[in-house]
Design a protein around this ligand. Structure first.
Ligand code: ADP
Ligand code: MG
Length: 318
């Protein structure tokens, strides 16, 4: 049977590109670019909670890194290093190979070095820590939203939660709609380039991991403001459009998690600049509402009537 050390060497010790000392010693050693601050974040994925036991390991390797990259994207930081704490029930080499393939493909795409981690036996649990850099004093934060700001989101929301509703048996998706939603759930694309471009443009930002209303709510809370968004302005994919009026799909769009788009706020004078960013990157950027005095996130229907948003988002302890 393969030992812990063989396993690390075989699957997780890869050449690094911008690291003083990576896997193999008691700690990794990093050199920061002068004039920058270190941004650090971590996210855990637990079998049965964040992913289904039979999930494709390559997708899981992608996703556990993607959700961490997304956090740095929301800060406007450039991800550079990752650490991987892996707890697995057994040394299943086919599983590890697929997992590592998914992980390293995305790491290469974002020029991220895997610099260390930990490996243990137990119920499957995967924890990634991500480290990146941001020019000193320039980071995007949740607490910068100002009354009057426009609220924007990148891409579109709802697909991942629609896929989860399908997998739970609550919603039936078929054919290309199902394929599309599952791909959005399994292979989120962290908006790292956009986050960097929003530095100096946005007043506040967050990534949408728990649902639009809940995550915009975090911006509001930290900024001591409220927000009003128009449901009709919130973009969903062309694929999901036909089901937009279905109560579970409406809920997926407003409160479904796992989209990993960015939600940000900016003054109205920045509109043309933000539209130009969208043109450059080919990523849709849509104005969905405004920051207002008060607290909490309100959603209005096309008639301007408040919509009740029952489930504010995903919360593990509620
Ligand atoms: P220690 O006993 O000092 O904690 P380990 O035996 O846990 O060291 O790890 C040996 C080396 O392998 C360290 O550099 C550690 O960071 C790295 N490592 C362990 N597990 C992983 C993993 N899953 N992915 C990447 N690096 C790992
Ligand atoms: Mg260790």
């Amino acid at each position: 049977m393969v030992s812990e050390f063989d396993l690390i060497t075989r699957y997780f010790n890869r050449p690094t590109r911008h690291t003083v000392l990576g896997v193999g010693d008691d700690a990794a050693l990093l050199a920061l670019t002068p004039g920058h601050e270190l941004a650090a974040s971590t996210d855990t994925m637990v079998e049965g909670v964040h992913f289904f036991p039979d999930v494709n390991p390559e997708s899981l390797g992608h996703k556990v890194l993607a959700v961490n990259l997304s956090d740095l994207a929301a800060m406007g930081a450039t991800p550079k290093w990752a650490m991987l704490a892996l707890t697995i029930p057994k040394a299943d080499e086919a599983w590890l190979e697929d997992f590592a393939r998914g992980f390293f493909a995305l790491a290469a795409e974002h020029d991220v070095d895997l610099i260390g981690g930990d490996t243990a036996r137990g119920p499957r649990n995967i924890c990634v820590q991500i480290l990146g850099e941001v020019p000193r004093g320039r980071v995007l934060r949740r607490d910068g939203a100002k009354v009057g700001d426009d609220v924007w989101i990148s891409g579109h929301v709802g697909d991942a939660a629609a896929a989860v509703a399908h997998l739970k048996g609550d919603l039936r998706l078929r054919g290309s709609l199902l394929t599309h939603c599952l791909a959005r759930l399994d292979r989120p694309a962290p908006r790292v380039a956009l986050g960097r471009q929003l530095v100096g443009v946005a007043n506040s930002a967050i990534d949408i991991s728990d649902g639009l209303v809940a995550d915009l709510g975090h911006i509001c809370e930290r900024s001591a403001v409220g927000a009003v968004i128009e449901f009709a302005a919130v973009p969903c994919s062309a694929e999901l459009m036909q089901l937009r009026g279905h109560v579970l799909v409406t809920r997926a769009i407003l409160t479904g998690g796992d989209d990993y788009e960015l939600c940000f706020t900016a003054v109205a004078e920045r509109r043309s600049e933000i539209e130009a960013l969208s043109g450059q990157t080919g990523l849709a950027l849509t104005r969905i509402g405004n920051i207002v005095a008060g607290k909490g996130v309100g959603v209005v229907d096309p008639a301007g009537k408040p919509m009740s948003v029952k489930d504010g988002g995903f919360d593990h302890f509620r």
